[in-house]
Write a protein that binds this ligand. Sequence first.
Ligand SMILES: [Fe+2]
Ligand SMILES: [Fe+2]
Length: 164
Amino acid sequence: MKLEQAVIDEIKNLCRYTRFSGTANYIQHGTTSVYRHSIAVACVSLRIAEKLHLRVDKRTLIRGALLHDYFLYDWHSNPSVSWHGYRHPRIALENAEKDVFLNKKEKNMILRHMFPLTPVPPVHKEGWIICLADKLCSVRETVLRKKRHRGYKKIAKKKAVETG
Ligand SMILES: [Fe+2]
Ligand SMILES: [Fe+2]
């Protein structure tokens, strides 16, 4: 994935002043960490805005995307957080607000990114963009994982046949 300089700058910024680098310790989908997922969502969001010729607040779009899943726990094995899908946007927002100043759009993007699972839609176009980018990235990460898994199974089968 080719990263735009603006995305690199924000990642560096967040890694310096927040717990963003810690998201690399948590898996989001398949083998993809929350860190990689969030960066992918930022890149895809920029691409969507560009393809649709949308005038967006670029820095806000990138920061909202990078922090949209800033929940900072392993949702696969954390029994203390039930209903993760519904609750994590608010947890992400609360964590982010502890670490950085967020503008109104960034707050709304983080809080509403799970629409339509959570029923209230985002207010701004930046929010709609990350909503879509998040779903595209999630599907890609989940499908890739299945493909990779099938690939490993094929290799293991082949090896088993070869070694008898
Ligand atoms: Fe999320
Ligand atoms: Fe996400």
